[in-house]
Design a binder for this molecule. Structure first.
Ligand code: ADP
Ligand code: TRP
Length: 321
């Protein structure tokens, strides 16, 4: 099976990104042919500061490698290194109805939050369909919030097939990890860089510790049992607890005697246990940007080779060739 997914270099990586997405990417490379890319064109719909974008792209590539992406086994590339993606984006946009895009939650949410939408943000799902369809991926691992975009991808592929009577695309399936489908942020809403409620993975320890120590809790006294329903700390502690330690979390909430502060300190220790090795590798990668660039250039070459036959078929189907 061919697997594809992308991550936008639009902010500092947080644990929601890892547990909800990147961890699965790394695991999948053991059994499948994987294509992973840095969605820098998508990031332009929100990041419009060139220095910052460059920095975020470098960080994201280093992060993938630090988490264990094997650049020989898997193909890692930058979206903007593949001109065929924007070409396919255009063909797809001409078979995509406005209504389909107007129904997208992600677009409606951003507008609802007061963002003044640009056309890129509106057309975002079409570019995403191009990313996915171009490599003929069978499976697309993503967080729950991206599920609708995959349905849109299937609809767009269907519209293309119906328009041209030529089944050039493979319809991809979403793959959602239910166990940690949505990681809550420290304030209890969905963890997201746009809410400023994240626990970041890389960077200095101090602000990370501070974020964990400020996870919202209620005012139950230390000696009393603590409600775990709707508790953000409970959910986050369960996300971090290593195998076999979930029982410790259960007990700390159920029995009383363990204060929220103690639980948070444990969560911080588990954070360091979980991410310490990747944090070290990330720093090594960052000190050798040439090596990271080499991986991306090699990945782009391999990706372009893989997509060439499909692009021939698409151009022929629409009559451009
Ligand atoms: P953000 O919400 O911080 O802007 P992105 O939209 O860039 O994050 O998400 C990148 C990937 O990480 C996506 O696949 C998304 O589904 C996943 N993801 C982001 N936040 C979470 C979360 N809180 N829980 C689970 N998965 C998440
Ligand atoms: N929209 C995705 C996100 O915000 C990123 C993305 C862009 C993507 N193109 C993709 C994910 C193709 C999977 C497949 O997370």
């Amino acid at each position: 099976m061919r697997v594809l997914s992308g991550v936008q270099p639009s902010g500092t990586l947080h644990i929601g990104n890892y547990f909800g997405a990147i961890r699965q990417f790394i695991e999948l490379q053991e059994q499948h042919e994987c294509f992973y890319f840095l969605a820098d064109y998508h990031a332009l719909t929100t990041v419009q500061d060139p220095g910052r974008l460059r920095g975020l792209v470098g960080d994201l590539a280093a992060a993938f490698l630090a988490f264990g992406l094997d650049p020989i086994r898997s193909v890692l590339y930058r979206q903007s290194d593949i001109p065929e993606i924007t070409e396919l984006n255009w063909y797809l946009s001409t078979v995509t109805s406005m209504g389909l895009l107007q129904r997208c939650h992600s677009f409606k949410d951003k507008v609802g939050q007061g963002m003044v939408p640009n056309h890129g943000l509106f057309a975002y799902p079409v570019l995403m369909a191009a990313d996915i369809l171009i490599v003929k991926s069978d499976m697309v691992p993503v967080g729950k919030d991206q599920k609708q975009h995959l349905e849109v991808t299937r609809d767009i592929a269907g519209a293309f097939h119906a328009t041209y009577g030529d089944e050039v695309f493979t319809l991809p399936k979403p793959m959602i990890l239910d166990r940690v489908a949505v990681v809550p942020g420290i304030d209890g809403r969905k963890m997201s860089k746009s809410y400023g409620n994240t626990i970041d993975i890389f960077g200095p320890e101090k602000p990370i510790r501070k974020a964990i120590m400020s996870i919202t809790t209620d005012s139950t006294p230390v000696e009393e049992p603590k409600p775990n329903e709707d508790s953000t700390l409970y959910q986050l502690a369960k996300v971090f607890a290593p195998k076999g330690e979930e029982a410790w979390v259960e007990k700390a909430f159920r029995e009383g005697g363990t204060g929220y502060g103690t639980i948070k300190k444990q969560v911080f220790e588990w954070f360091i246990e979980t991410f310490g090795p990747a944090r070290e590798r990330f720093d090594q990668m960052k000190s050798d940007p040439g090596a990271v660039e080499e991986v991306l250039v090699d990945g782009a070459g391999r990706a372009r080779e893989a997509i060439a036959p499909l692009m021939d078929n698409v151009r022929r189907a629409v009559g451009i060739r």
